[in-house]
Design a protein around this ligand. Structure first.
Ligand code: NAD
Length: 499
């Protein structure tokens, strides 16, 4: 066994040289082995990172679009070259299988490519002769120092939802990734600097609540992009806005997939497996509730359980289908939900507690689990489990299914499976959820659209990336200008009117 590697902050273009007062362990969840020891930032250290970003903003905010974009293109090339290394870091600390980790980096790369077009995205409007001799135009300017606080489940993609857009628009950033799997973010920050990003434009601070609180209350932090569980997202939104910051705080989820009787049930069964058990259910867009019209429920449950028999769980570097959960505590929590579902009287069709696992050591595994006859009062339905547990809730009609989805306090993603275009069109109109799939189980928008849920899945007004991301990281200004010509002049104290 090798000694855990030290993982530390990156401030003003260099790794931090200090001695941390507090550290926290990082594990390989497939083996249960501790692989890293992470330095946790104090409030004072966060202050140093913000100060470096504040100083760098004076220059970066005024750097030309052409020069900023050159860094983005170089970063894009480096990320593309090194995506395999970053995927390997994700698998080693998060546990998701390598192909899934590669997919995560690819989705992050898309946002970098989107941000490479920032000169076009930041263009304002221009109205010549809005009034006689008067032109009006709009410009967008960066905010200053922005904080990005990310969760464990997408250690590369979520930072990449925000960093490219924040940096391209001229802001400087302090990134605080999850303390559970920090190395992918570390590698990404190093790549930005290799791409030529000036020292203080992007800092990395590792930490927990202490670091987050320091960011939320620091007067020089102008905006906060947060992604994590709903209670923390709400706290971050309330604290950040109370301190005068612009905040977008993306929270948890409970995503439903509605299956109508005319759906292709093989397609629906494949989709339920992929969206329910991919990344061991640790995706904010995972499907966790299958809402099935009763007449086809028996057949669909049979098709899903048949497919589950061939799934291989294990170490994500070994070509398995599903990896472990992120920590031992999370594994125990998920197993506790399976106990609770059984006690509450749901039918446990496939029990993921125990079973074969292809891994060495004592990894944090729960195998894919399927419940049928789940009711909306059971905790396996009401709570975000964030594990490989699919619950089938049977309904009599489309309307009953829709009402169930709309009554749920979360509204991140949802999907409908049907061959009826009219029903699908009605669903996209009526469902109270931010991202909707039609025969697509994980409808994560492409980077030039914006990602975000409704209700308890997002606090704030702006979704991530796409044009909403550009708006979030910039402030609009409108200029009304007149260059004197001989026809103008004279005193008039009245309110300006257009003529
Ligand atoms: P989390 O809320 O535990 O942690 C998120 C971040 O908040 C981390 O950086 C963490 O260090 C920090 N944090 C933790 N406790 C804190 C506290 N008390 N005060 C201040 N900061 C704190 O979330 P997680 O377990 O890392 O990630 C999983 C959650 O994130 C799930 O609920 C999932 O649905 C959600 N998520 C949502 C989206 C989305 O787009 N809506 C995307 C990914 C993940």
């Amino acid at each position: 066994m090798t000694a855990p590697a030290r993982i530390t902050h990156f401030i003003d273009g260099s790794p931090w040289g200090g001695q941390a007062e507090r550290t926290s362990p990082v594990y390989n969840p497939a083996t249960g082995e501790q692989t890293g020891e992470l330095d946790l930032a104090s409030g004072d250290l966060v202050g140093e990172a913000v100060a470096a970003a504040h100083t760098a903003f004076a220059e970066w905010g005024r750097t030309s679009l052409a020069k900023r974009v050159q860094v983005l293109f170089r970063f894009r090339e480096l990320l593309n070259e090194r995506k395999g290394e970053i995927a390997a870091l994700i698998t080693a600390e998060h546990g998701k299988v390598l192909s899934d980790a590669e997919g995560e980096v690819a989705r992050g790369l898309e946002v970098v490519e989107f941000a490479c077009g920032i000169p076009h995205l930041m263009k304002g409007g221009y109205s010549e002769s809005a009034s006689t001799g008067v032109d009006v135009y709009s410009i967008r300017q960066p905010l200053g120092v922005c904080a990005v606080i990310s969760p464990f489940n997408f250690p590369a993609m979520v930072p990449l939802w925000f960093l490219p857009v924040a940096i391209a628009t001229g802001n400087t950033v302090v990134l605080k990734p999850s303390e559970k799997d920090p190395s992918a973010a570390q590698a990404i920050v190093e790549l930005w600097h290799e791409a030529g990003l000036p020292g203080g434009v992007l800092q990395l601070v590792h930490g927990d609540k202490e670091a987050v609180d320091a960011l939320l209350t620091h007067p020089d932090v102008k905006a906060v992009s947060f992604v994590g569980s709903t209670p923390i997202a709400k706290y971050v939104y309330e604290t950040g806005t109370a301190h005068g910051k612009r905040v977008q705080a993306l929270g948890g989820a409970k995503n439903h997939m509605l299956v109508l009787p005319d759906a292709d049930l093989d397609l629906a069964a494949d989709a339920a497996i992929n969206a329910g058990f991919g990344s061991a259910g640790e995706r904010c867009m995972a499907i966790s509730a299958l809402v099935v019209v009763d007449s086809v429920a028996d057949e669909l449950v049979a098709k899903i359980s048949e497919r589950m028999a061939s799934l291989r769980t294990g170490d994500g570097t070994r070509g398995t289908d599903m990896g472990p959960l992120v920590t031992a505590a999370h594994r125990d929590k998920v197993a506790g939900y399976i106990d609770a579902g059984e006690e509450a009287g749901a039918t446990l069709v496939v029990d993921g507690r125990g079973g074969d696992v292809d891994a060495d050591g004592e990894g944090f595994f729960v195998n894919p689990t399927l419940f049928d006859h789940v009711s909306s009062q059971m905790s396996i339905y009401t709570d975000e489990i964030f594990g490989p547990v699919l619950s089938v809730v049977r309904v009599a009609t489309y309307d009953e299914g829709l009402d169930l989805i709309n009554a749920n306090p979360y509204g991140n993603g949802t999907a409908i499976f049907t061959n009826d275009g009219g029903a699908a069109r009605r669903f996209q109109d009526e469902v109270q959820v931010g991202m909707v799939g039609i025969n697509v189980p994980i409808p994560v928008p492409v980077s030039y659209y914006s990602f975000g849920g409704w209700k308890n899945s997002l606090f704030g007004d702006s979704h991530a990336h796409g044009t909403e991301g550009v708006h979030f990281f910039t402030r609009g200004k409108v200029v009304t200008s007149r260059w004197l010509d001989p026809s103008h002049g004279g005193i008039n104290l009245g309110f300006p009117q257009n003529a």
